[in-house]
Design a binder for this molecule. Sequence first.
Ligand SMILES: [Fe+2]
Length: 645
Amino acid sequence: MKSLVFLFLSSLIASSAIVEEFSRQPYVQLATDNSIRVVWRSRNEMTPKVVFGTTVDDLSSEVPAEQIITRKHPSLGEENPIFKDAPVDTRQFEATVTGLKPLTSYYYAIYDGDKRLTPADSSYRFKTNPVPGSDTPVYFWVVGDSGTGGKAQAQVHTAMVEHTAKNGRPIDLYLHVGDMAYGSGTNKEFSDRFFKMYEPTLRNTVCWGSMGNHEGRTSKGATGIGPFYDAFISPTKAEAGGLPSGKEAFYSFDWGKVHFICLDSHDLDRRPTGEMAQWLKADLEKTKAEFLIAFFHHPPYTKGSHDSDREGQLVEMREHIMPILESGGVDLVFTGHSHIYERSMLIDGAYQTPSVAKGVILDDGDGDPAGDGAYRKSEGLKPNNGHVSIVTGHGGTANRRSGTHPVMRKIILDHGSCLITIADDTIKGEMLNSNGVIRDTFAIKKSGEVTHTVVENPWQPEPLRRAQPQAGPKPPRNATVIIDKNETWSYLAGSHPSGDITDWAAPDYDISAWKTGKAGFGYGDNDDTTEINMRGKFTTVYIRKEFQLPKNANLDKLGLHVSYDDAFIAYLNGHEVHRQGVDKKQGKEADGFTNHDAKGFEYFPLKGISKILKPGQKNVLAIEGHNVNINSSDFTLHPRLLLAK
Ligand SMILES: [Fe+2]
């Protein structure tokens, strides 16, 4: 009993020590069959030391000091600094652990001199890759567009952790297809929205990253400089197999019989003559792998929150890069960017713009072993033998579908991620949603020689049935307009008002520092007079306006006529009088939002307000508008105030 209590207490002490010592908890990167990197950050001076061993209790090997590099802020004149947006006292430690055996689990601990910082906990471990070419089953996780730091992202991660724990099979590696740190991939956004969120997984599993457009706001593929390139240590010299790329922006690695290729679809030349495409061709010529997986951010096929027929990066990845990947025999292509799950049939040669189903579908079944059966391919990497494209941009931000892509077999609007197994001659893919439910299963069996002919009249997905725009209740006829459309309001955007949570709605609140602008307020949809650049930055806007009521007004006849996206709470003279799409609380504490598109003005009569209002005097209407998600494509708040007869 005594020892149990001691263990419990010591683990508590150790956990709190971690929080204090590390500004970024330890994580692993760049696994090979004989080495790995252990990376962490601290804002304290430290004499870094990493010890490791094959059992938790015997960490008798030590990484030599010269194999641990310390990277600091550029203002400190270091040769290989971290990006300048980190706090000046930040130190990034990168330890290269070498001399390891292939496909072996090791446990590790981090010390500052003689002081142990990480607890004696079996979750501080890593596993080396198998020898390239060896026949070892692999199980991996793929996530995209997750970096909000919000509830859905956490649920998607937890669903994977619980699912793999239940099945007793941890993942071997993790691919992230980009947009992991909204809105601009800064140091702080990486810490809060990537590292904190995935910490229990990152400490023992290598995440291989491809850069999204949001990280691209601060990190540049051409130079390899920025918070993304500090966070990820990617191979440039074929450290884990493949062909040296010379750049962290695109690279390949081997895991047993599988060759993985990461591309930068965001800010590099995507043409066949470009450096990336030339490297890709040479890398594919060299590989002897039996399975080929590619991943990058911008999808060649999608009608989710983005349209691959209309956007340059997506069109170019399809027209220029897909022919190279397919002639190299690619099996699966993972992308994100579009906030949806879309999984294709077995396709080949779908390069034209706009995309069509004709002539490109080699198997129009569902690929489910329990349904139409697994897709079939030849063994090895046979050119143009069909591949499955998967958009997995549903890892945490608001999902959206804009249409129906004709090569897709499954189109699912749900938060989730992908879990892929490759064993023997078969790839099996699953989409696990944020509640832990598998919503799609497909497989590709690669054996013998398989020759496909194009399916003449392939199965086609159901067209998107658009909900008819329905404006809500109509306002009463002949109402007196108290506040009309496009009137000037005071507004506060980008911060929360000072004082208690609803002080700002009271008539005497000091708004001298607020801005003024004409309603409506918002962005996206081209329906806002005062454009507020809030995407990726904040979700709440506060507006206020004084008004007078006629002396003889019937105060029970006042109503709000408002165009809104997504939710709001209205106050009269500091008292809440109506809320729409907000479950709980107010202001910065408000929670539980319902998605709502502005489909015109909707009318909400206000009840029980006669004691609040002062006819013939100054009254104040105050409204807080909320966006359901920081990366939502639009926001609108445009109120009118009407007095019915
Ligand atoms: Fe994106």
